[in-house]
Design a protein around this ligand. Sequence first.
Ligand SMILES: [Mn+2]
Length: 420
Amino acid sequence: MRIVHAADIHLDTPFRRHDAALRRRLQQAGREAFSALVDLTLEERADALVIAGDLFDNEWLTIATERVLTRELRRLTDADVTVVYATGNHDPGRTNYRAAHIDWPSTNFHLHSSRTPRRIPIRRDGEPIGWVVGAGHQTTHEATNLASTFPPAPGPQPAVGLLHADVGGAQGAPDDEAGNVYAPAALADLDSSYDYWALGHIHKRQRLREDSPVWYPGNLQGRDFGETGAKGVLVVDLNPPELPQVRFLPVAPVRWERLTVSNLGEARAIGDVHTAVRAAFDDLLEADEHVLLGQDWILRVELSGPCPLTAVLRSDEERDGLAEYLGESLGALEVEVRDAGLSPPIDLSHHVGQRHVLGEALELIEQAGRDDTLLSRLAPSELAGGDEQAEEGERLQYLRGLLDGLDAAAAERLLRSDST
Ligand SMILES: [Mn+2]
């Protein structure tokens, strides 16, 4: 039996923090990802598509999206692919919620909107070849341990457990605020008679434990910089008693990525910064086997380390200018430039002996390092971390320690305030 496992599709996520054009593109990307998922399921000649909850984001699913959703699902069910969908906390199934009021396909489609696990036979050419056993969230705060209520696998054909659940030990679980737990379970609650557990809820793709047949596919389309990397589905071949063969296939048309660029010590013109960012982006494209043709990118460029253009790049206007330049030249939908990690490269020798505050400060720091009397005189009477009972020699040694790095720190502070 071959299944395609998807979860956390979050159609109609509002993307309120973005401007109207990007918001439309991102909402469109969610629908495109869903269509790509359907294409892929057909191309892979899968017997079933299982969706482990959070198919849509909230109760305001738009009419346009609902039409795309039902039309795309019918492409599968008309082709005799069984679709099994178990609701999650974003798209719960009780009759007062949205999932209960969608024009779902009338055949080959199974909605699990009740807490009680139900088994669905999967057939090929009319013959039963396996099972999907699923349960759904009824409300937005399903606190029951649903996993522990699953019966043993029906057998003898391969069986898949389908559930939206927060299984302990997974990486990247959303920070559940007190009281907001969503079908919490432990790995041990997932009955081991199942050949594969198709989970949803955690947006980071992962296998729960090495050698376990328990997987989260991650979400279908990233939605912010916390959801970087290729996003897509798992194609699972079940042939027990062997462990299932699991392949990840990307489908998300928009990718969120962070690029850290730190080799800017010699960047004297904005073109140099551009070249360094371009190189980092090219490295990413080259190293990543999941980049799709015509992929759209939303990039956060984090500049860091010493850079002669630090003062320039600390200006919002200049950063916006660079972001726009990068967006056009890299062909990205949107680029955000961050300067928090940048520092001006400091050549102290240029400032020593100069008749300005920094020159004087450097001079004084240097003298105090050589002249114990001066150092003693400059020392505050109450000294942080100092030992009042210490011998004079120890005290001076401690004071000299305090001077360590003070020149660079003073330069950094004074040069920054000079330039802004
Ligand atoms: Mn989700």
